[in-house]
Design a protein around this ligand. Structure first.
Ligand code: IPM
Ligand code: MG
Length: 352
């Protein structure tokens, strides 16, 4: 069972170390680990954010455990050299088109939510975000018009097969949960969204048991704070999914708690090949202070065990240990507590 560890920038290495402590404690036979540089760290050492060796390691692995990328000192580099390009290119190179971002309220954390506890308590949703298309990967540039004005543009598009494959992932996820799917788009303004909606409706015919609804993204942003309990599975494009998943994280208390899986169609010997990362970034402001909450990283490891290695029992154990630590009041600075990175990691280990 091959795991690639790409710790990356900022708090990445600190939280990765805690996830690896947990992996070690599980004592799973036959795990092979490989580490590689990525992001700003890789740029500084190798002159590029995703060196070929790193891509090779990612291709070799059954599952990629990914910390975070982003480094303010790289923000003025040409775009293709910036740390964020590493994750975008990995998602593309490995055709990881389905991003699963679960947001569930942990018992005991209701008071941490930005929402009222009785509203927050109901949150148990899964955002299925398309990850290989949309305005992220269209033609883009800053060009100079004939009259000398600069113009920035990013081409937004979705081909029907791209929509169909993510729709299938979302419908299947809904079948395994509450059988409700809400497709989020902006079909009242965007043609890209109109096609999205048409294809989702066509795909729905194969899933008669799933109750399908559609929502414009502006309304979805509002509903997510008004009544998040109404959502089961949400499927949406790359850009809207990026935004809504950050929003969902604050609804459950902290961005330091949300894990994600990025999956494609490639099967490994044990499951589906994938990349697993916290939805938060590299948090350069707290890097090196030992304050980062490693829980999202540890929960990402749990998703890797489940989806790429077929180790459901171990995955559930890790998730239960995190939930128990939270229930017992173990809180990092992001949750208003004072447990440091290693302390939170140790607390999870103790409950494992
Ligand atoms: C995320 C991040 C990335 C994205 C960035 C780092 C490119 O915000 O995974 O949500 O926009 O997809
Ligand atoms: Mg994001």
């Amino acid at each position: 069972m091959k795991i690639a560890c790409l710790a990356g920038d900022g708090i990445g290495p600190e939280i990765m170390a805690e996830a690896l402590k947990v992996l070690d404690a599980l004592d799973i036979a036959g795990i092979e680990l490989a580490h590689a540089d990525v992001g700003g760290t890789a740029y500084k050492k190798h002159g590029q954010p995703l060196p070929p060796e790193t891509l090779e390691v990612a291709k070799w692995a059954d599952g990629v455990l990914f910390g975070a990328v982003g480094d303010p000192s790289c923000d003025s580099l040409e775009r293709h050299l910036r740390p964020e390009q590493a994750i975008l290119r990995l998602r593309q190179a490995l055709t990881l088109f389905a991003n699963l971002r679960p947001a569930t309220m942990f018992p005991g954390l209701e008071d941490m939510s930005a929402l009222r506890p009785e509203v927050a308590r109901e949150i148990d949703l899964l955002i299925v975000r398309e990850l290989n298309g949309d305005v992220y990967f269209g033609e883009k540039a800053i060009r100079t018009l004939d009259d000398g004005r600069r113009q920035g543009f990013d081409f937004m598009s979705y081909a029907e097969d791209e929509v169909r494959r993510i729709a299938h992932v979302a419908f299947r996820a809904a079948m395994g949960r509450g059988k409700k799917l809400c497709s989020v788009d902006k079909a009242n303004v965007l043609e890209t969204s109109q096609l999205w909606r048409d294809v989702v409706v066509e795909t729905a015919k194969e899933y008669p048991e799933v109750e399908l609804s559609h929502m414009y993204v502006d309304n979805a942003a509002m509903q997510l704070v008004r009544n998040p309990g109404q959502f089961d599975v949400v499927v949406t494009g790359n850009l809207f999914g990026d935004i809504l998943s950050d929003q969902a994280s604050m609804c459950v208390g902290s961005i330091g708690l949300l894990a994600s899986a990025s999956l494609g169609e490639d099967q490994t010997e044990y499951g589906t090949k994938g990349l697993y990362e916290p939805i938060h970034g590299s948090a350069p402001d707290i890097a090196g202070t030992g304050k980062a909450n490693p829980m999202a990283m540890i929960l990402s490891l749990a998703m890797l065990l489940r989806h790429s290695l077929g180790l459901e029992e171990q995955a559930a154990r890790v998730e239960a240990a995190v939930a128990k630590a939270l229930e017992d009041g173990v809180k990092g600075a992001d949750l208003g507590g004072n447990s440091g990175t290693a302390e939170v990691g140790d607390a999870v280990l103790a409950r494992l």
